[in-house]
Design a protein around this ligand. Structure first.
Ligand SMILES: [Zn+2]
Length: 274
């Protein structure tokens, strides 16, 4: 498999929110997505980054609040659909999109890929389905980003059939074989959002990537086992669980230093992989 770590747009926020004890200055949080090219299943994405739909969906209050808290910059050429041409791909070539969780910066471009199957943990979406508009804002969920045919194209992870993971993935013990050939393994990374899913994927040169979405905002958090500012407890559905997930990532980092851990918004990590 070929794996490319890309991003579409970024938002800014103070560093000390993202990591406890961080600096007060504002830093960039790129909205990462990954292109995964599989010899049999073709081209697939992990998340999508921002698209212009983000601005359409945040024009009015209360969703406008989202833009005030995290101002977004997006250049046309960064859109996932536009970056595909670099790889000789069209939007209709994308066979699957693995959705880590349903925060706007991960799903705004879902509607740009007409043939993709949407793969995600069932409770990542079922908990959002019947929320009120105000709860949507609280959970950073922009309902208008969900394509009209979303349900018919969804292929939720079968959580009744976990696989047991070898020591290579420790301390993560169970995962989900997302394509049936053990090439892409989904792992639940709870705490930041219900049913958040990370991926273990290996490229053709044997490098193991661990795409961990928002289980940590910065690689430094994983290296130092240092959580975000306590104020973020108000944003996370399960702050205690978030800490447990972060410390599992820290353990994996210490015991498996060769794994390339990719938090979705860590500029340093994403730049290094470009
Ligand atoms: Zn998120």
């Amino acid at each position: 498999m070929k794996i490319n770590i890309l991003h579409a747009g970024y938002c800014t926020a103070p560093e000390h929110i993202a990591i406890h004890g961080g600096r007060w200055r504002k830093i960039h949080f790129p909205a990462m997505f990954a292109l995964i090219r599989h010899p049999r299943f073709g081209a697939m994405l992990f998340d999508t980054g921002y698209s212009h739909r983000f601005f359409d969906e945040t024009k009015k209050i209360p969703a406008r609040f989202y833009r005030w808290v995290t101002p977004v910059t997006l250049r046309e050429e960064e859109l996932a659909v536009n970056q595909l041409s670099t790889f000789n791909l069209k939007p209709s070539d994308i066979s699957h999109i693995f959705i880590s969780h349903f925060h706007a910066d991960h799903i705004t471009a879902l509607g740009d890929f007409p043939r993709a199957r949407f793969v995600y943990m069932p409770h990542a979406f079922s908990t959002l389905r019947n929320q009120t508009p105000l709860e949507d804002v609280r959970h950073a969920f922009l309902r208008g980003l969900i394509p009209a045919d979303f349900d018919s194209r969804s292929q939720t992870v079968n959580m009744s059939a976990p696989i047991f993971l070898s020591e290579e993935y420790a301390p993560f013990k169970t995962g989900y074989d997302l394509l049936g050939d053990e090439s892409i393994i989904g792992v639940e990374l709870p705490g930041h959002a219900h049913g958040q899913m990370g991926l273990f994927v290996r490229d053709e040169s044997g490098k193991l990537f661990f795409l961990v979405a928002d289980a940590a905002w910065l690689k430094q958090s994983i290296v130092e086992n240092r959580p975000p500012h306590p104020i973020t407890n108000l944003l996370f559905p399960e702050p205690e669980t978030y800490r447990g997930t972060l410390s599992d990532l820290h353990t994996h980092h210490l015991t498996h230093p060769k794994t390339i851990i990719v938090p979705s918004h860590c500029e340093e990590t994403i730049r290094a992989l470009l």
